[in-house]
Design a protein around this ligand. Structure first.
Ligand code: SF4
Length: 343
């Protein structure tokens, strides 16, 4: 068959509209999606993606650890827990100037959202006051702000909202049935309570999970069901592939099959059609081809910057080149958002 014949056999179709049920999602329904032939699943996810994100842009979010290490929780994947010997040194909360410099550099490099992470079980009153100052300062640069500080009391959530916090990150990590295998210093319900306080305060929710922690397929489906059934579901959904850090209990976990990871991204897109699905930890190990498949599956946000809290991340130049090679544009803050941010 010649090239001309081949051309004649190819018919381009506009994507047909995929009707996604509004939920609630059962674990079985999610599992059925995860089990679809990969190309069918990718097509469905990409179709949903184009319906809701016709511009197809990629959001760049930079994450800075503003208070590192010494955390009293025992999340089995985390090098910042004081229980594990990982070589991470505990540090105090960073000064405003230092954080502002990092935020400005992230903005100059093209990031639109700046996320500040602190390794606390739950911030105290004085911690929230200090973080509120950081949020106001970063907001003043015209960036979207996000914080991840551990469990929040309702009044703390309101205080952060008043300071201008746009998003609060608090991950569910995994399915409820597997959760106590990963952490036992706080419960799944504690996490859901914090998410409810964040919502009540009018802050957008960033909530996702981690795969590659030894969970079974049903736990992956269970995690997605939990996220998709939050009412409303999160605006941002970070999906992490475990970075196996020596010294943590999960250091010897089996790596995730790359196609299984792509499937999880695709099903997150289908079940949470308007969310920004973020490729988060583990990108450094994925390589360009798997990341490209993840974008095809509907990922439209990445953590951008050389570090993710205390673990490595692809460097900025590599990300810029990858997006260029794939013909993907990064998201720019709109004039309206800038005006709102500085008001
Ligand atoms: S994930 Fe957060 S809460 Fe858990 S040990 Fe690490 S810093 Fe602490």
């Amino acid at each position: 068959m010649g090239a001309n014949d081949l051309q004649q056999t190819i018919t381009l179709h506009r994507p047909t509209k995929v009707e996604t049920p509004p939920g609630p999602w059962t674990v079985e329904a999610i599992q059925a999606l995860l089990d679809k032939p990969l190309m069918d699943l990718l097509f469905e996810a990409q179709t949903v993606h184009r319906q809701h994100f016709p511009e197809g842009d990629i959001e760049l979010a930079t994450l800075l650890s503003v208070k590192t290490g010494g955390c009293p929780e025992n999340c089995g994947y985390c090098p910042q827990s004081a229980e594990f010997d990982t070589g991470v040194k505990a540090q105090k909360l960073m000064e405003v100037d230092e954080v502002l410099r990092a935020a400005q550099a992230a903005k100059d490099a093209g990031a639109t959202r700046f996320c500040m992470g602190a390794a606390w079980r739950a911030p105290k009153d004085r911690d929230v006051e200090k973080v509120a100052v950081l949020i106001e300062a970063v907001k003043g640069l015209g960036m979207q702000t996000c914080a991840t500080l551990g469990m929040l009391e309702p009044h703390h959530a309101h205080q952060l909202k008043a300071a201008g916090l746009d998003y609060y990150n608090h991950n569910l990590d995994t399915a409820p049935e597997y959760y106590t295998d990963i952490v036992d210093t706080r419960s799944y319900q504690d996490r859901l309570d914090t998410l409810a306080h964040v919502r009540s305060a009018g802050i957008s929710v960033c909530c996702g999970g981690i795969v590659g922690m030894g969970e079974q397929p049903v736990h992956r489906a269970g995690l997605i069901a939990q996220l998709a059934n939050l009412n409303p579901y999160p605006e941002s959904v970070p999906i992490n592939s475990l970075v196996r850090v020596p010294g943590t209990p999960l250091a010897d976990s089996e790596p995730v099959d790359p196609f299984d990871f792509v499937r999880i991204i695709a099903v997150s897109r289908i079940t949470m059609p308007t969310a920004r699905v973020r490729l988060s930890a583990g990108r450094q190990q994925m390589g360009d081809a798997v990341q490209a498949l993840c974008f095809m599956a509907g990922a439209n946000s990445i953590f951008y910057g050389d570090k993710l809290l205390v673990t490595g991340n692809p460097d900025v130049d590599a990300d810029v080149q990858l997006l260029r090679k794939l013909g993907l544009r990064s998201r720019r803050t709109t004039a309206a958002e800038e005006a709102g941010a500085c008001a």
